[in-house]
Design a protein around this ligand. Structure first.
Ligand code: SF4
Length: 467
């Protein structure tokens, strides 16, 4: 229940009637009655003012890699700190994170409270160069995003904004000031699709994408390809034509496989043939960089030098490995400048790749399957302030290769591990402390797996506010 003292001052609103505000953050312009929430369920009116009720409230901060966010041309393989808030300004029937985006389904046990300072410190202490605003949609915790991104910028940390971008022009001007990387999803070029399947409108999304493109900020676009909803050749061609005309043929374009979720469960996952067909259509129309998300096949998503054809980045699923790429983003084989920017941000990750001999005292083994090729690793009991882990890749016939040695500190207790190649059958984590670890299957890159028995924190206050 909203009370006069709850929430924090919000930006981007105006008075509507006595005791009632009009929110102007997204194109809905909700006018909630006093002590009621708007459509997103996390902004509401108190004493005539719009207030925000999810400032700093997020799922557990999770270390992932930048490819998780459909970003392939900015520091490949860079580690990111993924932050997923609660609530959403849309209500997609096929939402891949509906348990956290749709407030009525949220289990408050998953919600934690963070401050901008905590997140920046977590990045600095764990050598993570990028904060990613992601999962449900960052639009609806705008104040926290802007404040934290401003602090991150002061501390040399980049920021990434992954969004369906149903948002107004003024808040986007603020984002352009502080956000380094935009990964925006365009769900369709069909207005009726937007209204029926997402309960939003298409035109504002297109205008805001154009606004970011005009700013010159790093921009990649993606479309979730959903069987029977937006997977026809015409649907795909409409998207391609719009992207080519308005953001240009060099914009990286990602076609992403859907997994059945929320209210759209009567179909199978998007098959890889459909994604490949979409890519053929895009290449035939002149798009230069077309990638396929949630698609596991060797060589499918590599980035090649456009001059000599050398592989600049090889990828498998969420794993990526830069090669033939110098710190300025030039091909080391022919010297041509590539489309990859900031390849050097990844250098701290490289430092962690050391020669690993054998396991430490405690072990956790994970086996990959066709369905599960990534997992979130959760530290469910911390025994030391900084934990050291070794991770080995298990190869055919049980042989193994070291992957990396990593540390977790400053409250970071969750990270992703992904299959590196078709031949890798699993991974083994080991550690010496008495900490406890658990793993949760990640179904695709937009998916934040939940396990309510294990996710740590709950407060009755969260539950009360959003009722
Ligand atoms: S951000 Fe939320 S409250 Fe504001 S207009 Fe959009 S849906 Fe309504």
């Amino acid at each position: 229940m909203i009370t006069a003292s709850s929430g924090r001052a919000a930006q981007h609103w105006k008075p509507f009637k006595p005791n009632r505000g009009e929110c102007q953050l997204c194109p809905r312009h909700c006018r909630p009655k006093n002590e009621r929430m708007g459509f997103c369920g996390v902004r509401g009116t108190v004493d005539g003012e719009i207030r925000t009720f999810n400032y700093g409230q997020s799922l557990a901060a999770t270390e992932e890699i930048i490819e998780t966010e459909a970003v392939n041309h900015f520091s490949p393989g860079a580690r990111i700190l993924s932050m997923g808030n609660v609530g959403c300004m849309m209500a997609c029937s096929f939402c891949q994170n509906w348990e956290t985006s749709q407030i009525k389904h949220l289990d408050y046990k998953m919600v934690r409270d963070y401050t901008p300072q905590q997140l920046v410190e977590m990045c600095l202490q764990n050598d993570i160069p990028i904060i990613s605003w992601t999962y449900n949609d960052p639009v609806v915790w705008h104040e926290f995003v802007v404040e934290t991104s401003r602090l991150a910028q002061k501390n040399g940390i980049k920021t990434l904004y992954k969004s369906a971008f149903y948002i107004e022009e003024e808040p986007v001007k603020e984002l352009i000031e502080y956000i380094d990387i935009f990964s925006l999803s365009l769900k369709s070029l069909n207005e009726a699709f937007y209204q029926k399947q997402t309960r939003a409108r298409l035109k504002p999304v297109l205008e805001r994408i154009k606004q970011v493109a005009a700013s010159g900020k790093h921009l990649e676009l993606s479309q979730l390809v959903i069987p029977e909803l937006n997977d026809s050749d015409q649907d795909i061609i409409d998207t391609i034509n719009w992207v080519k005309k308005h953001t240009g043929k060099y914009t990286p374009l990602h076609f992403v496989a859907f997994h059945p979720a929320y209210q759209y469960t009567h179909v199978e996952r998007t098959d890889i043939a459909t994604l490949k067909r979409a890519r053929e259509l895009a290449l035939a129309k002149g798009m230069q960089y077309v990638y396929l998300g949630n698609a596991y096949e060797e060589g499918l998503n590599n980035t090649l030098c456009q001059s000599c054809g050398a592989t600049l980045v090889s990828r498998y699923g969420l794993h990526s490995s830069p090669q033939n790429l110098d710190n300025a983003g030039c091909c080391t084989q022919c010297g041509t400048q590539s489309a990859i920017s900031h390849p050097d941000l990844n250098k701290n990750s490289k430092k962690q790749e050391q020669s690993i001999k054998g396991d430490l005292k405690n072990r956790l083994a994970i086996n990959w399957s066709d369905e599960v090729q990534s997992a979130h690793i959760l530290q469910i009991k911390s025994a030391v302030e900084t934990d050291h882990l070794r991770i080995r890749s298990i190869q055919p016939q049980g042989s193994s290769q070291p992957i990396l040695e990593k540390t977790l500190s400053a409250g970071l207790d969750r990270f992703i591990i992904s299959r590196q190649s078709e031949k890798e059958t699993g991974v083994v984590l080991s550690w010496d402390s008495d900490s406890l670890y658990h793993n949760l299957a990640v179904l695709d890159r937009a998916h934040y797996p939940t396990d309510l028995d294990l996710d740590a924190q709950t407060t009755s206050e969260h539950q009360a506010i959003f009722q």
